[in-house]
Ligand binder design. Structure first.
Ligand code: UDP
Length: 328
């Protein structure tokens, strides 16, 4: 039996890695993407169906064509800073698209849904150990829109029997160790790729956003999780749903926090090059510390991150950074 999975945002960073993991696990990932931020070159592991999640008719057509057994929903606007400046765009796009997708899925009788959520739904809870039980108080429209979709999944679970696995990501980093796919955003806003650009001389310097946080060195602390480990958890989440198990929420992080300065120091080690730095102001919407305190994905799903060292993440990102596809 062919096992199709509809992967929205499959041409993006996390989605493209998920497609690779799904293919390796025996599924056929059908990438549904409007290519607004994704890359058709990153769709290497299954068919590409170009479409927009606002377009219900197109979505119905693709679902009817492949009859996927489940949905993996990655497509979303995901920039914290942009969401502070333009909340309407985030609420309208992320929430409406998810609603359309969930309705299309339930109307087609699909009852399995894996959702890409975020620790940005927690907001700024300095000192609190973040896990699945932690109350969510988002401080930006990005986190707010993702939380709203989590609520939507709960409600459709009650009304339509839709079962979902929600993953709240901490900071996704690294690239496919074989460098078939990797991180490539335009514009790029994330710390590690921007830093590698600065190291490679593709930008003048990396700006450190704030050195006056109440952290060990004054810079923000984040929990970095390797993209290949992250998508492995998604395959486990899909299998969980295929086994008929109930909706669940899992945090995905390693539990280790690194400051911006520590990430910079590790990048010097990995690349053997200097990182040109500018000390800048705080970026609006940034929490001081976001670190997972959860082991639920390991205990319940049997998730075992294999590339959990920050050094490995940066080395894989650096390899991808030097791959011909990245330079194009
Ligand atoms: N950061 C930084 N300079 C940059 C980009 C990011 O100092 O050019 C910091 C940012 O303030 C945050 C951390 O690096 O503390 C990770 O930011 P990123 O945008 O990669 O992920 P986010 O935490 O926003 O999801």
């Amino acid at each position: 039996m062919t096992k199709h999975v509809l992967v929205t945002g499959g041409a993006g960073y996390v989605g493209s890695h998920a497609c690779k993991a799904l293919k390796q696990a025996g599924y056929i990932p059908v990438c549904f993407d409007n290519l607004s931020t994704g890359w058709k070159e990153a769709v290497k592991f299954g068919p590409l169906e170009v479409g927009d999640l606002h377009d219900r008719a197109r979505l119905d057509e693709v679902i009817a064509k492949y009859q996927p057994l489940a949905i993996m929903h990655f497509a979303a606007l995901s920039l914290v800073g942009e969401s502070m400046k333009n909340p309407a765009k985030y609420w309208a796009t992320n929430v409406n698209c998810a609603l359309n997708l969930i309705q299309a899925a339930t109307d087609a009788g699909i009852d399995k849904f894996v959702f890409s959520s975020t620790c940005a739904t927690y907001g700024d809870q300095d000192g609190v150990v973040l896990n699945e039980q932690t109350p969510q108080f988002p401080i930006n429209a990005y986190g707010g829109s993702k939380r709203a979709i989590e609520d939507m999944l709960r409600d459709f679970g009650n009304s339509h029997g839709l079962r979902s696995v929600i993953f709240r990501y901490f900071n996704v980093a690294g690239a496919d160790p074989e460098a078939e796919v990797g991180e490539q955003h335009v514009p790029e806003t994330h710390l590690i790729p921007l830093m590698l650009d600065a190291i490679a001389g593709k930008r003048a310097a990396l700006t450190v956003f704030g050195s006056d946080y109440e952290t060990r060195d004054g810079t923000c602390i984040r929990d970095y999780v390797h993209v290949s480990d992250l998508v492995d958890a998604h395959v486990l989440g899909l299998k969980w749903l295929e086994e008929g198990k109930p909706s669940e929420v899992f945090c995905l992080g390693t539990g280790n926090g690194f400051s911006v300065r520590e990430v910079i120091a590790q990048s010097r080690n990995v690349t053997n090059r200097e990182v040109p730095i500018i000390e800048g102001d705080r970026r609006e919407g940034d929490a001081a510390v976001l670190v997972s305190g959860s082991v639920k994905a390991k205990d319940v799903l049997g998730w075992t991150p294999k590339r959990a060292e920050l050094e490995t993440m940066i080395a894989d990102a650096w390899r991808w950074h030097q791959a011909p596809e990245y330079a194009e």
